[in-house]
Design a protein around this ligand. Structure first.
Ligand SMILES: [Ca+2]
Length: 195
């Protein structure tokens, strides 16, 4: 499958509009498996942790994979300590790697196609990050962070985006409070038009 990069960026942009925030409603796929899924796993990414979080989930180039993100973090940054932020957007603060390379468009509450082979890593974006070493170059900026994102990674066996969209439709019915999951159905349909 070849990706039209312009359309791809457009889809990611649309997605940003839809799924700007993380939900606190946990999602369990354990009683909701599918023959279309190669593997899935939920990984905690702690806001105070300045290294890349290894997931032990591997993708091959061309695999479709999805992240469902729940939980929430506070980063605080350089703002006055009297002001705190909760519910930082995973779109802005959750980063991903494949192998030891940055994954520029991680599928935050979305589905995308792997562009290389390797283990998926997850990290909190704050300061400078050394992808080769899998460590922040500025670990001290993490010290005042709180919370975590819970990221459910799905690697699909199927290449059929209709099946993936249907899966999220069914999952949305089971998780009516989780808005990102509902939007993941629509995003999979959008993705079909660009892959
Ligand atoms: Ca911080």
């Amino acid at each position: 499958m070849k990706v039209n990069i312009g359309k791809f960026i457009f889809v990611v942009f649309v997605l940003f509009q839809i799924n700007g925030c993380a939900s606190n409603d946990k999602v369990s796929l354990s009683d909701f498996t599918s023959d279309d899924i190669k593997t899935y796993k939920t990984v905690n990414v702690y806001a105070r942790y300045s290294d890349n979080t290894k997931t032990d989930v591997f993708v091959e180039k061309g695999d479709l994979y999805s992240f469902i993100v729940t939980g929430g973090i506070s980063i605080r940054r350089w703002k006055p300590v009297s002001l705190t932020w909760d519910g930082e957007s995973p779109l802005e603060f959750l980063g991903a790697t494949i192998g030891n390379k940055s994954n520029n468009f991680p599928p935050i509450n979305a589905t995308t196609e792997a562009r290389s082979n390797g283990e998926i890593g997850l990290y909190i974006k704050e300061g400078r990050f050394d992808f080769e070493k899998g460590k922040s170059e500025t670990p001290y900026v993490y010290e005042d962070n709180t919370g975590k994102f819970e990221v459910t990674i799905i690697v699909w066996k199927t290449k059929n985006l209709d099946n993936i969209a249907d899966y999220f439709k069914r999952l949305a019915i089971q998780n009516p409070e989780n808005e990102p999951i509902s939007a993941m159905h629509d995003q999979a349909i959008h993705l079909k038009s660009v892959l």
